[in-house]
Ligand binder design. Structure first.
Ligand code: CU
Length: 207
């Protein structure tokens, strides 16, 4: 079984962290609620003033909630910064993407441009520098959990590492409503082995 792309693993770990924090928070909240229900009933049955000692419970709640918020914040910041630091230990291929109504132009370092299909090598850091020629678009590749806005006059970037070769139809889509052709603003992704890619790249040269 091929390993999952690092960008996917990153968001999975952020999600797992949020899941643990959410479930812990729920267990704590329900535990505290039942504690107060049972504690309050016992005290009122003895003619007391109802729930007492709430101050300690409030302090505990404050500490737990603060801890959960800080942990969620750190997980979010780490997960986000991961997406802004492409792996340096792999070969890198940088491709320029020009979005337009309604499609994508992919320009390779040797000047070759393709429209329907993005062809990349596996186990390589692929960096997409994204801009738009007309209106706002947003390039997303769900199989890698990556997105970048395509905005005229500006550049945004994303990176991914494909871990499995194959042909992936409509793997690339627009995620910003950009006109009547928005739903059809897709491109295919082809992931080749590095040697296959070298051959392909040499035959899609600069002329
Ligand atoms: Cu679009």
């Amino acid at each position: 079984m091929a390993t999952l792309p690092p960008t996917v693993l990153n968001w999975q770990s952020v999600f797992n962290m949020y899941l643990v924090l959410g479930v812990s928070g729920a267990i704590f909240a329900y535990g505290l609620m039942f504690f107060y229900i049972l504690n309050g009933r016992r005290k009122s049955s003895t003619g007391g003033m109802g729930v007492r000692g709430g101050g300690r419970g409030n302090l505990l709640t404050l500490i737990v909630v603060t801890g959960i918020v800080i942990a969620a914040f750190i997980a979010g910041v780490e997960g986000n910064s991961f997406m802004w630091n492409s792996p340096q230990n792999l070969p890198t291929l940088t491709i320029t993407v020009h979005a337009y109504q309604w499609g994508w132009n992919f320009t390779y370092p040797n000047g070759y441009t393709s429209t329907d299909t993005l062809t990349v090598p596996a186990n390589t850091t692929v960096i997409l520098n994204v801009t738009s020629e007309d209106v706002f678009h947003d390039l997303g590749i769900p199989m890698f959990d990556v997105k970048a806005d395509a905005i005229p006059g500006q550049w945004d970037a994303l990176w991914f590492v494909a871990t499995q070769t194959g042909i992936y139809p409509y793997a690339i889509r627009c995620y910003e409503l950009c006109g009547v052709g928005h739903a059809y603003m897709t491109a295919n992704l082809t992931v080749l082995t590095p040697s296959e890619f070298s051959f392909w790249y040499a035959h899609h040269g600069s002329t």
